[in-house]
Design a protein around this ligand. Structure first.
Ligand SMILES: [Zn+2]
Ligand SMILES: [Zn+2]
Length: 229
């Protein structure tokens, strides 16, 4: 171990034991069993896709997630996003993300054909300044390398939304409406888009972002998140 490692040993983000960012015991609490739900109606959808009856012209086509949003996953994401801003966690998170997602046969079949690109949910400028990085963009970047799918920034945040935390699904939809715009040089998208975010809860953010992408020509939009509530 180098001097830095001796002075500042890695600690498990959950139980604080030294050694790794996630110890073996806490790792075992992660659940890779994510409930496949339709993002529109929140009811089960066995293939992770939006139900045909819930699907309108610009609706997201489905969503896949790596882990369920339990206490351990929450700790991981929280440590990645908030103080002390462990951007170092990106390797662990992307590795978990990638390893889980490639086990999903339906997902792998889906991306086999067609022209896919990876994009991410943008942060507002003020949040980006505060954090210094966009956690969704980092995950998208790492997944892009591992899945060998090109990445592009397609969206920008034009509205600083309040925290979605305590809002109902309907309130979240209203809150996020108009929050995104297409980045100027990506005005016309002809590809299919994998839209990456760290966590999906109500789906309102992914639904709104998909709406913008599809209005601008995206054929299919699939959400891809590290955790699923
Ligand atoms: Zn631990
Ligand atoms: Zn549905």
């Amino acid at each position: 171990m180098d001097l830095f490692g001796l002075l500042f040993p890695k600690r498990c983000v959950c139980c604080r034991s030294t050694g790794e960012y996630l110890c073996t015991k806490c790792f075992s609490y992660l659940s890779f069993d994510t409930k496949p739900l339709c993002l529109v109606c929140d009811r089960p959808s066995f293939n992770n896709l939006t139900h045909p009856v819930c699907h309108k012209k610009f609706t997201i086509d489905g969503c896949f997630s790596a882990v369920s949003y339990n206490k351990t996953a929450k700790k991981l994401i929280y440590s990645f996003k908030y103080k002390p801003y462990l951007s170092d966690l990106k390797n662990l998170l992307s590795e978990l993300f990638y390893e889980s997602i490639i086990q999903k046969e339906l997902f792998m079949n889906l991306i086999k054909d067609g022209n896919w690109i990876i994009a991410s949910i943008p942060l507002s400028d003020s949040k980006l300044r505060k954090r210094g990085y966009n956690q969704a963009e980092i995950l998208a970047f790492e997944l892009s390398k591992r899945l060998n799918i090109p990445r592009k920034n397609l969206l920008k945040r034009v509205k600083d939304t309040k925290s979605q935390f305590k809002l109902t699904k309907k309130e979240r939809e209203k809150n996020i409406k108009g929050a995104f715009k297409l980045i100027h040089n990506s005005e016309f998208i002809i590809q299919n888009v994998l839209l990456v975010d760290d966590v999906v809860t109500s789906g309102a953010t992914l639904l709104e972002a998909s709406n913008i992408l599809k209005r601008n020509g995206a054929k299919r939009v699939i959400g891809l998140t590290f955790a699923r509530d």
